[in-house]
Write a protein that binds this ligand. Sequence first.
Ligand SMILES: Cc1ncc(COP(=O)(O)O)c(C=O)c1O
Length: 404
Amino acid sequence: MKPTLDEIRARESRHVLQTYKRQPIAFVRGSGPRLYDVEGREYLDLVSGIGVASLGHAHPGLAAAIADQAATLLHTSNLYYHPLQGEVAARLTQLSGLSRVFFGNSGAEAVEGCLKFARRFWYTQGVRTRTGFVAIERGFGGRTFGALSVTHDEHYRAPFEPLLGPVTFVESGDVAALDAAMTERTAAIIAEPIQGEGGIRPMSREFAEAITTACARTGTLLIADEVQTGLGRTGYPFYFQALGLQPDLVSVGKAVGSGVPMGATLVSARVAQAISPGDHGSTYGGNLLACRAAAFFLEQLMDRGLLDHVKAVGAHFERLLRTLALKHPVIVEARGAGLMRGLQLAIDAMPIVDTARDRGLLVNRTDEKVVRLLPPLTIEAADLDRAVDILDGVFAAVEAEVHA
Ligand SMILES: Cc1ncc(COP(=O)(O)O)c(C=O)c1O
């Protein structure tokens, strides 16, 4: 007999380290943008496993590719060649304009790779004084020590200090602070083109230009953290392209494996030249299973019209959300690009998340007062209509309660 929600929760609470505050729901099955819980209830999913299920759930083509790979060969380590790393790396370099790819298994690892390769770049030049990093307030790079060191939230950092340093945080948009922080002791500046965990906050074009200028003035390397924005989510292959930035390093995660764990660090030619065998490594990184999933996803994105689809439905989504924001006073602003959207509220977003879930819609809270919307890239306009309809009712209900 299948376990009930209560049984699943009881067993987890006994045996799983309690690092997550989960919502009271357990999923067992998915199909496209829909998820089904243990009780058989259906949900429209505008979270996508935090931007990971880029092809939706149980995509038949992806499932067939993964099954075929599992029945052929899953893993051989990086001691040997296999045919798929080069194929995926060629796609990623073509999309980004960068030169080479290092494969890891998560976003945090991709950021770690960026930080390590930036330091290695200067070490190779014989410059031992350029070890510092500049990062952005509200930025999020992940939970490993290096990635955590360029994550701004004090709550995540404080229990684990001392972290990697020196790191100077500057407010996005504050050009004077940026100029003061960027010196000839800075190895690299790391920035998300649209901050994800920080509340779906796009970098302004002016600030992007100031970063380019400061990098040119000091020779500092630029790391674009595209773990959340990358690979089509915003309607661009990468959002640094929309901002006119030219990074030396780019971190990739989430969408690339469509649910099979993968991360990647993309590097420019000059950084690639500074790296030698043995400088970095990963047992699993770029194994056949992850590469097969990534190859399938990238084919959909580049050759099967997925990027154009995101552009079209992303514009539709923006119109729907702007109309929703005009209708509900509690929504202060609708932000984002493509299928990466946030609603800035005047109130805590949790009641919206909870009420939406009760009505069969999954959305997520970030930065306390922001409702984050990251649907699968394959979602159709009719499902976005349905989702925003549900949200309309949810906001009306929560507003009625706020005013009661
Ligand atoms: C911009 C950014 N960088 C890095 C990470 C870390 O990725 P992961 O959780 O896969 O380690 C995240 C995760 O949300 C992210 O949004």
